[in-house]
Design a protein around this ligand. Structure first.
Ligand SMILES: Nc1nc2c(ncn2[C@@H]2O[C@H](COP(=O)(O)OP(=O)(O)O)[C@@H](O)[C@H]2O)c(=O)[nH]1
Ligand SMILES: [Mg+2]
Length: 438
């Protein structure tokens, strides 16, 4: 049984939903004939939507604090987390100086990928509205250290919310920030600009710069990027920014919820194509092997081999091979049995998935022709009757098992596996409809 959605923490939610969507997709492809075209199209559209959402990830909300040296990223990180975790105002020549704070979940895989060192990770519980948020104090985008700039280039495109931190003294130097903000905007990511250090400005001057920044952004086509005046030192504006973070976290869980809801809806539309509580079973393979081996003349060959060993006949007759009609009968019995609890369309699907009788007959005959049959020692006289009987039954047994093995080797890929595949597709779809019934 697979995990239910309720059991999943935020870490593995994307993965679990991915798996489910991928399974739904392949099941639908295998069993497409069993599903009404309109339902199929509907579900395929749902799958496309889910894939798109999942490509963006639904586990974490990555909030990146980016900007130039001394703009106040580290101070803002501390103000937002209510800690002194990031070290402001210190130039550290280390290769990676990213600090990360996570709420409610350690996001280890993500932080490993970004390259945040273990001592630079801060796990917080606190505000449940920030659950899933990963706050990053990025290196300075204007760092002289190339590997630091590389981190910025790698993280910015994956941020769910890019917070560009600016020092009022440098705001006119907009060339670089707008390049990063444009990247974010091209990815459809929300971003905002924080005008930090406003405690050092008169209120009017601060608003004037906000307006000016807004104008500069608009010139670069970034007119939907808000500019927030803030002071990491006094805390002014920090709550407003926190509310933005909460909003981003909520949007993310909304995305996960939307994928779940989509899957439930898909399950509901699919339920008509399935029988309630049916659990398709694979028919007895050995029964089919034995029936086809007999029809191919293996039993007769085994008897003849025994007769040779007993000295009753001189040689075994040649195998005539199996006829298509004989295969057709057994084949249909197999398909009937494999689908007897399922809606009739599934009979059609299995019937199409299993190789046609003519091909099976041909393959079985070819496989039997390739068998190296045992050489039978000819029995003679009356002496050694016991050994003769032993040899005869050994000969028959060997012929039977080689013949069946040859038949089985044809049936496995051409009959058994395709049937199993369709059954699996049925079960996968059924699992989804169960979800819709809950
Ligand atoms: N007055 C004032 N100083 C700030 C503010 N934010 C940061 N600073 C100071 O500016 C300097 C650089 O800040 P830091 O957080 O290290 O910037 P970073 O290089 O972007 O991480 C430090 O000395 C901070 O104390 C602020 O809002 N107001
Ligand atoms: Mg810093």
């Amino acid at each position: 049984m697979s995990l239910s959605f309720q059991d999943l923490g935020p870490t593995d939610e994307t993965t679990a939903l991915h798996t489910r969507v991928a399974r739904l997709k392949s099941s639908l492809e295998w069993a497409s004939e069993a599903i009404e075209p309109s339902v199929r199209e509907d579900v395929m559209a749902t799958i496309g939507r889910c894939e798109h959402r999942l490509a963006l990830g639904v586990d974490h909300t990555v909030v990146a604090l980016a900007g130039g040296t001394g703009s106040g990223k580290s101070s803002l990180f501390n103000a937002l987390t209510g800690t002194q975790f990031a070290v402001p105002g210190v130039a550290r020549p280390t290769t990676s100086e990213v600090s990360a704070a996570t709420w409610g979940d350690s996001a280890s895989a993500l932080l490993d990928w970004i390259g945040v060192e273990a001592p630079r990770r801060l796990g917080l519980i606190g505000n449940p509205k920030l659950r899933g948020v990963v706050l990053l104090d990025l290196p300075d985008h204007d760092s002289v250290n190339a590997s630091n700039r590389a981190i910025v280039d790698r993280v910015v495109p994956m941020a769910d919310l890019l917070v560009w931190v600016m020092d009022p003294q440098k705001y006119a130097d907009n060339a670089v920030h707008s390049a990063y903000l444009s990247v974010a905007s091209d990815h459809g990511q929300p971003s905002l600009v924080v005008l930090n250090h406003v405690d050092r400005l008169e209120t009017d001057a601060a608003w004037e710069i906000v307006r000016d920044l807004q104008r500069l952004l608009a010139e670069d086509g970034l007119d939907d990027v808000p500019v927030m005046p803030l002071s990491a030192r006094t805390g002014q504006g920090v709550d407003t920014l926190l509310a933005e973070l909460e909003g981003a976290a909520e949007a993310r869980s909304v995305a996960a919820e939307a994928v779940r809801a989509d899957l439930v809806a898909a399950g509901r539309s699919l339920s008509r194509a399935l029988a309630r509580d049916a659990d398709p079973q694979l028919p007895d393979i050995e029964e089919l092997v034995s029936a086809l081996a007999t029809a191919a003349g293996i039993e007769a060959l085994a008897d003849a081999s025994a007769a040779v060993a007993l000295g009753r006949t001189k040689a075994v007759p040649a195998l005539l091979g199996i006829r298509t009609e004989a295969v057709e009968r057994e084949r249909l019995d197999w398909v009937d049995e494999a689908t007897h609890e399922l809606p009739v369309a599934w009979h059609r699907v299995v019937n199409e998935a299993v190789a046609p009788a003519a091909l099976l007959a041909e393959e079985i005959n070819a496989a039997l022709e390739a068998v190296e049959w045992p050489t039978i020692p000819r029995g003679s006289g009356v002496k050694g009757a016991l050994t003769k009987h032993t040899r005869a039954s050994a000969a028959a047994k060997s012929v039977r098992s080689k013949g069946r093995a040859a038949v089985r080797s044809v049936l496995q890929p051409l009959v058994v596996e395709p049937t199993e595949l369709i059954h699996q597709a049925y079960r996968n779809l059924d699992e989804l409809t169960e979800l819709a019934r809950d």
